[in-house]
Ligand binder design. Structure first.
Ligand SMILES: Nc1nc2c(ncn2[C@@H]2O[C@H](COP(=O)(O)OP(=O)(O)OP(=O)(O)O)[C@@H](O)[C@H]2O)c(=O)[nH]1
Length: 688
């Protein structure tokens, strides 16, 4: 039975690459009514109880059972290649898995044509491929779909087509004329050339009846009918199937009528019959399968040439290339993110902070107009400049500058991890971001502490030389001019959105109101001083307020307020720019009159110091560690399965690998087939 064995091997390879009809090899298909004894027959052949049992339609999907004879091994086990659960030595577990897979088909459908693949390796099984199908039913019951009967029939019909061998199972105690299995096989195989009739439950009929059934003259089969008894005696101790075979052998030995030349009985006879019929059938299919594989191989070779120019790829090479490209892109980023870039980021952040402090402490101060004319000893402004400098130096520079650089690094790493091909690998992307954050987290505290420590002196005093001051003035003017430009642009945008006239009248209304408010306030103050009215009376809202509300909608008033603010801010900025350009701000001695310049000089010193330590403590460490983590956490951690999975996450690579694998496997199959063809030819020559 060498041909069957080899072709089963080939079939297994073909099934791993293709489930289409062109590459199908013959199998034995088991059909029969429910409870006719199909499972019992199959279990007797395998020698184990492993099929689902029960009354609630437990066989709902075709079970493609491949038996592999392993003569030199003792172990017996099953495998579900679709599930990848590995070897299963416990046949009860196999049974449980089959039940679960079958019962996963919902009651509303009851059958599915998606096959379950099961391979059994054992020294006690013959090399066979068998397909167990759901049993025919007479009529569907209340909670089953009405179409169930026809669905089962259609499923069986699909499987019993040529070149498959039909194993039509019928119970001896049920009239053969009513057997749906024989009816179906007669339709598919009218001459009875590839059908084997299996008559179960022979113990339930008299030997006379039994013999007449096995000689069925109504539907003669060239491969004949075989009678079996697949019921184990009650109270069995030890191996059930062995007891069953013993029981069957003694049953047929007891009844001499079954000992006739033209009568075939017994599970062993059936086993042998199946093996020889399958071997013959395989032999007949050999040349057609050679042609089919040859065609598929030529097509696969052609496509591989056209689509990939015969370029081979492996999952391992893809992983290596992908990680190299990540490291390469990272290196590019690291080369372009040095001190100047970090300095730019930190400086921009601190300049923003300087502007906020200036706005809060100076530009919004009602006395700002006096600043330029103030005396150098004016305590008010001397105190203010110290306050402003402290607001800058004591604002947690260590933490905020480190955080800023960490954020920039994170967003760049996010960019690298999102780029192709990582867009195909969401899990790996997550891993990259995880270890990036981890490295940065471990460096964060030391870096921010270091920065905070080193800028400490600036919290108390800062020595400023003339050139530093001149630079600070220049930068401040630039910043204020930028700010002024922004104010102008925003004012223009408001004007354009509201309309010049409308805005003007709303502004006038606000200004009138303001004037009126001031007038009222002074009136109140005067009257209160004279004791003429109470505070509450004077503050009661007037009628005119409601009247005005109907003219100006709140949105317009908001816009007018914004425009007024921008106008005032622009005025102050112009005034401050002029001050910074004046003689007064030519020297650091007047720092209290030029707060913008002074704060900018300190910001520059802070930037310089912070960047120096961020570079050493954070950046250099991160740039050194990241590529090593790519190797440690991604490359070395992946096992073979994960490498395959990773490569297949990328659809173009998956397609490439699939076609390549298909070509390689077809080549392997073709080699094996060529050997078999040669062997068959040699045999025929010897026989001639
Ligand atoms: N007396 C006797 N009973 C048998 C024989 N073979 C099977 N049975 C019994 O018949 C019943 C049905 O057998 P199964 O093998 O489960 O039949 P099946 O065709 O697989 O049933 P479904 O999976 O429901 O389609 C069980 O109770 C078996 O014990 C036999 O040769 N003799």
């Amino acid at each position: 039975m060498m041909l069957t064995k080899k072709l089963i091997e080939i079939r297994t390879i073909l099934m791993s690459i293709d489930h289409n009809e062109t590459l199908k090899l013959p199998s034995i298909v088991v059909i029969g009514s429910q409870s006719s004894g199909k499972s019992s027959v199959l279990e007797a052949i395998v020698g184990h109880e492993f099929l689902p049992k029960g009354t609630n339609m437990v066989t709902r999907r075709p079970i493609e059972l491949t038996l592999i004879h392993t003569p030199n091994q003792e172990e017996e086990y099953g495998e579900f290649p679709q599930l990848g659960l590995g070897k299963m030595h416990d046949f009860k577990k196999i049974q449980k898995t089959l039940v679960d897979m079958n019962m996963a088909v919902p009651d509303s459908e009851c059958v599915s044509d998606k096959p379950i693949e099961l391979r059994v390796y054992s020294p006690n099984v013959p090399d066979l491929t068998l397909i167990d199908l759901p049993g025919y039913i007479q009529i569907s019951n209340a909670n089953q779909p009405e179409s169930l009967k026809s669905n089962i029939e259609a499923l069986c019909e699909k499987y019993i087509r040529t070149p498959n061998i039909i194993l039509a199972v019928c119970a001896a105690n049920v009239d053969l004329a009513n057997s749906p299995a024989l009816r179906a096989s007669r339709k598919a195989d009218p001459l009875g050339l590839r059908t084997i009739g299996v008559i179960t439950k022979m113990d339930l009929v008299s030997p006379e009846q039994g013999v007449s059934i096995l000689r069925n003259a109504d539907y003669p089969l060239r491969l004949g009918y075989i009678g079996v008894v697949c019921k184990a005696p009650e109270r069995v101790q030890g191996n059930m199937t062995k007891a069953l075979i013993r029981n069957e052998t003694s049953f047929f030995r007891e009844h001499l009528m079954y000992n006739q030349r033209d009568i075939q009985v017994g599970t062993s006879t059936l086993r042998f019959k199946l093996m020889s019929v399958l071997e013959q059938s395989m032999g007949k299919s050999l040349y057609s399968i050679v042609d089919a594989v040859q065609r598929e191989l030529e097509e696969a070779r052609y496509q591989f040439k056209v689509q990939y120019n015969d370029r081979r790829v492996t999952a391992e090479s893809y992983v290596a290339e992908t990680m190299d490209s990540l490291k390469h892109n990272f290196k590019d980023f690291a080369n372009n993110f040095g001190k100047p870039q970090v300095r730019h980021e930190v400086r921009t952040m601190l300049e923003e902070r300087v502007l906020d402090i200036c706005a809060e402490q100076y530009w919004e101060d009602p006395k700002i107009a006096d600043l330029a004319k103030s005396s150098p000893d004016d305590l008010y402004w001397l105190y203010k400049i110290d306050l402003a400098a402290a607001a800058l130096t004591k604002s947690g520079i260590g933490r905020s500058t480190t955080q800023l650089v960490v954020d920039v690094l994170l967003s760049n790493m996010e960019r690298l991890a999102k780029a192709e091909p990582f867009s195909f690998h969401p899990e790996t992307r997550k891993q990259i971001m995880n270890f990036t954050s981890e490295i940065l987290r471990t460096k964060f505290l030391t870096t921010s502490d270091q920065v905070e420590n080193t800028i400490k002196p600036y919290k108390y005093e800062a020595c400023i030389c003339e050139t530093e001051w001149a630079e600070g003035v220049k930068r401040s003017i630039g910043l204020l001019e930028k700010e002024l430009k922004m104010c102008d642009e925003m004012s223009l945008a408001i004007k354009n959105s509201v309309g010049k006239k409308k805005l003007k009248s709303a502004i006038n209304y606000l200004l009138d109101n303001e004037r009126e408010d001031t007038r009222r306030q002074s009136e109140i103050r005067r009257m209160e001083e004279d004791g003429m009215a109470s505070h509450e009376e004077l503050f009661a809202p007037g009628d005119d307020e409601d009247t005005v509300k109907s003219f100006y909608n709140p949105r317009l008033i908001e816009k007018a307020k914004e425009a007024l603010f921008l106008r005032d801010r622009a005025m102050i900025l112009k005034y401050r720019i002029a001050a910074l350009k004046s003689r007064q701000c030519k020297s650091p001695d007047n720092k209290q009159q030029c707060p913008e310049a002074f704060l900018n000089v300190i910001a520059e010193k802070l930037t310089y110091t912070a960047v120096m330590f961020i570079q050493v403590e954070l950046l250099n460490e991160f740039f050194f560690q990241f590529p090593r983590e790519v190797d440690n956490r991604l490359v070395y951690e992946m096992n073979r399965k994960q490498i395959q999975q990773f490569a297949r996450e990328n659809p173009p690579i998956q397609k490439h690998l699939q076609l390549q694998e298909r070509k390689i496997k077809l080549e392997e199959v073709m080699d094996k087939l060529n050997y078999l063809v040669k062997r068959q030819a040699d045999r025929q020559n010897r026989n001639q």
